[in-house]
Design a protein around this ligand. Structure first.
Ligand code: HEC
Length: 195
């Protein structure tokens, strides 16, 4: 009889220990989860992460176009992904994506697909959406529209030499046939939680 008591106590103690461990794990999870950003914070952080990337991209494209479209295609192909990687730091990831993409690496991230579909309903350059992500993280997507200078490589009448150059690098290119003002794709950003 008496031998039951300590064993029951032992059981209770290990239950308590398990409960404590669970509470501790939950508390830790809550800490590492961080505070979800407000929409306004997410927009501000995404815009400041994107600003240097956009500026570099525009400078690279303009400089390369001045040297000729061949050079510009090479610059887009190599520099654009490099610039996106370089701008992805401090827990922030960013890039460009499109439903009609040239580079298969620029497929729309799955968390962004309904926001992108929403933006596509009435494309306006710079229009954006914030998407809450697991763990207190936030996603941001921003419309990129087609401007006149983009038509050289994304338009309806891409010259034969440029089309050939693009086809050689991107055999399943889906990024031509656009008109000025069309939605070309998005800038996307994934942001870490707030502290
Ligand atoms: C000289 C040709 C050229 C011009 C001009 C050009 N692009 Fe591109 N664009 C490319 C190439 C090549 C890629 C593929 C880059 C890569 O591999 O990431 C690309 C990719 C993109 C992507 C990423 C999604 C995808 O399809 O892979 C977007 C968005 C984009 N371009 C938008 C634009 C916009 C907006 C303009 C005008 C401001 C523009 N481009 C002008 C050649 C061009």
């Amino acid at each position: 009889m008496t031998s039951d008591v300590p064993s029951m106590r032992a059981t209770r103690t290990s239950d308590d220990a398990r409960r404590l461990a669970l509470v501790g794990a939950l508390a830790l999870a809550a800490c590492s989860r961080g505070r979800p950003l407000t929409d306004a914070e997410a927009v501000a952080r995404a815009e400041s992460a994107l600003a240097p990337f956009k500026a570099e991209l525009a400078r690279t494209l303009a400089g390369a176009l001045a040297r000729g479209p061949d050079d510009a295609i090479d610059a887009c192909a190599t520099r654009a992904p490099e610039l996106a990687r370089a701008a992805s730091k401090d827990g922030v990831q960013l890039g460009r994506a499109s439903d009609r993409r040239r580079n298969p690496g620029n497929t729309v991230p799955s968390w962004a697909s309904s926001a992108v579909a929403d933006l596509a309903r009435a494309p306006r350059d710079g229009e954006h959406r914030v998407v809450p992500l697991p763990g207190g993280r936030a996603g941001y997507v921003e419309t990129i529209t087609v401007k006149a200078m983009c038509l050289t490589c994304h338009g309806e009448a891409v010259s034969a030499p440029i089309a050939a150059r693009i086809a050689a690098r991107y055999p399943d290119d889906a990024a031509t046939g656009f008109r000025e003002g069309d939605m070309r794709g998005v800038f996307w950003v994934e942001l870490p939680p707030g502290r």
